[in-house]
Design a protein around this ligand. Sequence first.
Ligand code: PLP
Length: 411
Amino acid sequence: MFWEKYNSIKIKETILEALKQNLDYRSESVLGLPATVLDPEVFYQDAPFLKDAPFMQTMVANPNHIGCHTLGESEPAFAGTQAIEKELIDICATQIFAAKIDSYDGYVASGGTEANIESLWVHRNMFMRKQGARLDEIAIVYSEDTHYSIPKGANLLQLKSIILSVDDSSREIIYEEMKQKLVEAKAGGIRFFILIMNMSTTMFGSVDDIQQCSQIMDEEELDYHIHVDGAYGGFIYPFAKPQQELTFQHSKINSFSLDAHKLVQTPYGTGICIMRKGLIENALTEEAQYVKGKDYTLIGSRSGANAIAIWMILRTYGSEGWKAKTARLIDRTDRLCQNLKERGIGFFRNPYMNIVAMRAEDIPKALVHQFQLVPDSHENDARWYKIVVMEHVSQGAIDRFLFAWDDLMHH
Ligand SMILES: *Cc1c(COP(=O)(O)O)cnc(C)c1O
């Protein structure tokens, strides 16, 4: 896993050079595009602070990254910044998820939700077009701790859901029951399966065991492919656990979702969708005649500034710096868990993640409000409250929580 760190001068120069290669509405005759500069009364181009702010400059230049730029032709008007998006997708596919060179397609999506739905859409159409599947013969298989964007996608795409229970303490899928549900589904006419593996659930930071799950799928001789939801953990888990198995090296894994706007601290609108080459064609909208290269994405028009924001951060750290940054979050989480253990507070935590879900019965309600702990459910009685050790969750803030707990429990 390696990508080079750039200094701020190189980052700025690369982006300014890319912007130069993009179309400039002001200096060229651009008569045919349904696009223009940002409103000049509000977003004036000669604002002095823009000079040293390449991300803001990209916002104001307003490049449209519509479509997918890892295959075929793209809108030539924004080729400069689209090349940076391609480089970003390459880093994520080859360095984080061990794809071979040029063996993937991908794009910067609006978020993890879109990246997940795009991948479900691609898989559904692949089963229907390549294998003659009927809609009612395809199901999505996922644990009950899975993010709600997956059932959202199932609803939109009219696919059945097979929801797997997890063990209350380990948050691990209950394999006996999984097997049974799959046998029932098969008997009920389901012939094609999209298996979701969480590279960390949002509530618990639990990571699904691909070996166990694919063994069961194989034993039942099911026709299936795997999508990995790395929207929360994709930018931390593979760095904390370099030997992890959720990569393109696993032949059943077809696709990944990532969210930069969680752990990478980019502005919202920065999801990433990556899949094996040859798949995204299943989401091609032929009718997108006015878009050069047509459209393989769910979103349509999208700001090129989003790709620039992610690229800038990954390049500012380089892979080594990124590893060090995520290791600091893991260290802080380790220390928190140690402190919880000493106090006898029950919790779940994956050792390669920065989420700690604490048993609700061990946490006084006053602390939930004071420290804005998030419950597993806002509707039913909470059974868990979580702490997510993000950048701003300092050791001091964690200490204040622990001391407040001590005060309440001992007085
Ligand atoms: C946040 C999240 C999503 C959805 O991402 P959005 O960026 O909110 O659309 C999907 N899956 C997981 C595991 C997440 O944590």
